[in-house]
Design a protein around this ligand. Structure first.
Ligand SMILES: [Zn+2]
Ligand SMILES: [Zn+2]
Length: 334
């Protein structure tokens, strides 16, 4: 099978590897679409070191090609979305159901080979069946959507509330739609106004930018009070967290889904004084099937989110495209 193998920073090569054979509880997936995200970019550029050589790619879907002898829940030919994380299953965190927090969690495409290849081998429990009708490069968004489903669930979004989404990348544009489908009014906040039209098209009731310096004022007028009830932060920068704190009303909730790699200077005086609830939300726990359902039912629309498509041979260009301002989700079609 062909695979894009990372041998070191920015050194990715298309190579031929042996066909994968599943053992025991594993499934081999014939990959059809594999998305790129900021994590992949950081690994590719060398910002995040990994054990080389590595086949990256953690947002992928495909068809079951073969299953190990112990697998009874899947059959070859089934369309599946792959949950690219699996936990040890035996530690206290796993036993409590907190498998996303397991300290021995394995990330497919980061710790072990992933989906920038014709085939990937994963535990069968990572494969979530999906209807055949949905296009591969749309089902592929199940992974980031599962992140958003968890974030919105952690924030206990309630119908009728006024919410804000900070960051209008793929996660933010998914969060806008999910919050709208749950009956909340949504203020979208980008760094610039480049995505205003798209955010509104996907359901945002109001739009502002952090660069205007007006976001706190807009959050107040949008909510008709001191700030929004709930904010979902998807930008993943220290600065975004600082800004987020200013947009929520006293007693409000902030859910952080981005992973800021630099420290921030949040004024905790205001957090205490205004009794803010700050909630971290780490990938997903049970949310993958719900993400698949939302995509299959068309509740969340992703056709406008996939901005670039490349064949595996041109994966180097996919990384360059990821950095272009107009890119939302770059896909490798295999
Ligand atoms: Zn990712
Ligand atoms: Zn564990």
């Amino acid at each position: 099978m062909r695979a894009a193998v990372l041998h070191g920073p920015r050194d990715i090569r298309i190579e031929t590897r042996g066909v994968l054979a599943p053992v025991a509880d594993e499934a081999v997936v014939r990959v059809s679409a594999s998305g790129l995200c900021g994590t992949d970019y950081r690994i590719w550029s060398g910002d995040r070191p990994v054990a080389y050589p590595l086949i990256m790619g953690h947002e992928f879907i495909g068809e079951v090609a073969a299953v190990g002898a112990g697998v009874v829940t899947l059959r070859p030919g089934q369309r599946v979305a792959v949950e690219p994380n699996f936990s040890c299953g035996v530690c206290p965190l796993c036993r409590e159901g907190n498998r996303n927090l397991c300290l021995s969690r394995t990330a497919v495409g980061i710790d072990v080979n992933g989906g920038f290849a014709e085939q990937a081998c994963v535990p069968a429990r990572c494969c979530w069946p999906a209807p055949a009708g949905i296009a591969p490069d749309q089902l592929m968004l199940a992974e980031p959507l599962a992140v958003v489903v968890r974030a919105v669930g952690r924030g206990e979004a309630r119908r009728g509330e006024r919410a804000a989404v900070l960051g209008v990348g793929a996660l933010g544009l998914l969060a806008i739609q999910l919050l709208k489908s749950r009956g909340l009014a949504v203020l979208a906040i980008g760094r610039t106004d480049r995505r205003e039209g798209l955010a509104r098209e996907l359901g945002a009731d109001e739009f502002t930018t952090t660069s205007s310096g007006r976001a706190p004022e807009v959050a107040r007028s949008f909510s008709g009070r001191e700030g929004v009830d709930l904010l979902v932060e998807t930008a993943g920068t220290g600065a975004a967290v600082e800004q987020a704190v200013e947009l929520v009303r006293p007693g409000g909730r902030l859910v952080l889904t981005g992973l800021p790699h630099e420290p921030s200077t949040v004024g905790f005086f205001g957090v205490v004084r205004r009794e803010l609830t700050i909630i971290g939300s780490m990938i997903y726990q049970q949310e993958f099937p719900e993400a698949v359902r939302l995509l299959s039912a068309g509740v969340v629309k992703v056709d406008r989110l996939v901005t670039h498509r490349f064949p595996l041979e041109r994966i180097q260009e996919a990384f360059a495209a990821h950095r272009s301002p107009e890119s939302i989700k770059v896909t490798v079609l295999i």
